[in-house]
Design a protein around this ligand. Structure first.
Ligand SMILES: Nc1ncnc2c1ncn2[C@@H]1O[C@H](COP(=O)(O)OP(=O)(O)OP(=O)(O)O)[C@@H](O)[C@H]1O
Length: 319
């Protein structure tokens, strides 16, 4: 089911949360919404699922306007909010049973078992939720979201706060949903590698505006540039090596190595030179393709030409 966001505006008092982004989420895709803290991701999701109204612009889910057909849209969209809470004394199965009853699901027992299995909570289904880990709680939230088999899933930072195993488990679930259903999945995240792994397309928001949009593969290689990281054979070789690599591109001295940013063609020449005439100066070198991270920082570069934000060395976007 396709989603169409057109020139959506939302402000809270003096704060402009959304300032006119427009984009489409293709039917059946897994779609990432990226952005720094306060970029407007949660606001967008609240509008998408009909919890709040835009001040201007329109949002359509499968051709239905969210404002005009709110009830019918809500039936089509499963929402996992950023923070989920369940009554602590209930078991996971009881929580799902209540959700299924509220939605008036037929054959709900079979569906509850299916959803418990999908999120890997079958064995823990009869334990009280208060004993669940953070990751189990998120997975129970996802199970509740999946119960009615909505054609659209909106997941607000689904893996935030989970440990690496919890994150990996969540990724496998989302990949399974992608493989086995026609659902359109829209998720927000601060973790770029997660978006690269899971999503077909992304948008980057900043201060409520759209800064980049496109297929992950296109954004990743948008400028055809690569980074060649060169380690000198010894500290004494560093100055001579620096003189050589400067001829090929912009050089950053990380202390540990020299990073040369250049286009792919120039990288071939540099690698040839390092492997032949300047072999003695070099301990080792590697060539890195640009990741989504580079595209993200480029998208957030100021329009007036300021330097881009410093590239993060971890997967988390600095806030
Ligand atoms: N209910 C509200 N009242 C006032 N301001 C709000 C409200 N909700 C959001 N905002 C403001 O709107 C802007 C966008 O917030 P939003 O929560 O949508 O960003 P976000 O991209 O989801 O951020 P994060 O990654 O931190 O969750 C922020 O400046 C935020 O402070």
């Amino acid at each position: 089911m396709q989603l169409t966001i057109t020139d959506v505006h939302k402000r809270y008092g003096d704060v402009v949360a959304l300032d006119g982004p427009s984009f489409e989420v293709p039917s059946g895709s897994t779609f990432g919404v990226l952005g720094t803290n306060g970029a407007g991701k949660t606001t967008l999701f609240e509008l998408l699922v009909g919890h709040d109204r835009p001040d201007g612009g329109t949002i359509e889910v499968g051709g239905l306007d969210v404002e005009r057909a709110g009830h019918r849209v809500r039936e089509r969209v499963g929402f996992l909010p950023e923070h989920t809470g369940f009554p602590a004394a209930l078991t996971g199965r009881e929580v799902l049973s209540i959700h299924a009853r509220i939605r008036g699901l037929e054959d709900r027992h079979a569906r509850i078992e299916d959803c418990l299995e999908i999120v890997g909570l079958t064995d823990a289904a009869d334990r009280a939720v208060e004993g669940y880990s953070n990751g189990m709680g998120r997975r129970l939230g996802l199970a509740a979201t999946l119960l009615a088999e909505p054609p659209v899933l909106v997941l607000d930072e689904p893996t935030a706060g989970l440990d690496p195993r919890g994150v990996a488990a969540f990724h496998r679930i989302i990949e399974r949903i992608d493989r086995e259903t026609d659902a359109t999945v829209v998720l927000s995240s601060h973790v770029l590698s997660e978006v690269e792994r899971l999503c077909d397309e992304v948008v980057v928001l900043q201060d409520g505006t759209l800064r980049a949009a496109g297929a992950v593969d296109d954004l990743r290689s948008n400028d055809g540039r690569v980074t060649v990281t060169v380690r000198p054979a010894s500290e004494g070789d560093r100055p001579a090596l620096l003189t050589v690599v400067r001829r090929y591109g912009d050089v950053t001295d990380t202390g540990d190595a020299l990073e040369v940013a250049c286009d792919r063609e120039t990288a071939f020449d540099l690698v040839a030179a390092l492997g032949e005439s300047h072999r003695k100066l070099v301990d080792r070198f590697e060539v890195r393709e640009p990741g989504l991270e580079a595209a993200f920082h480029e998208a957030l570069e100021n329009e007036d030409g300021d330097e881009p934000a410093e590239t993060a060395t971890t997967e988390e976007i600095p806030s």
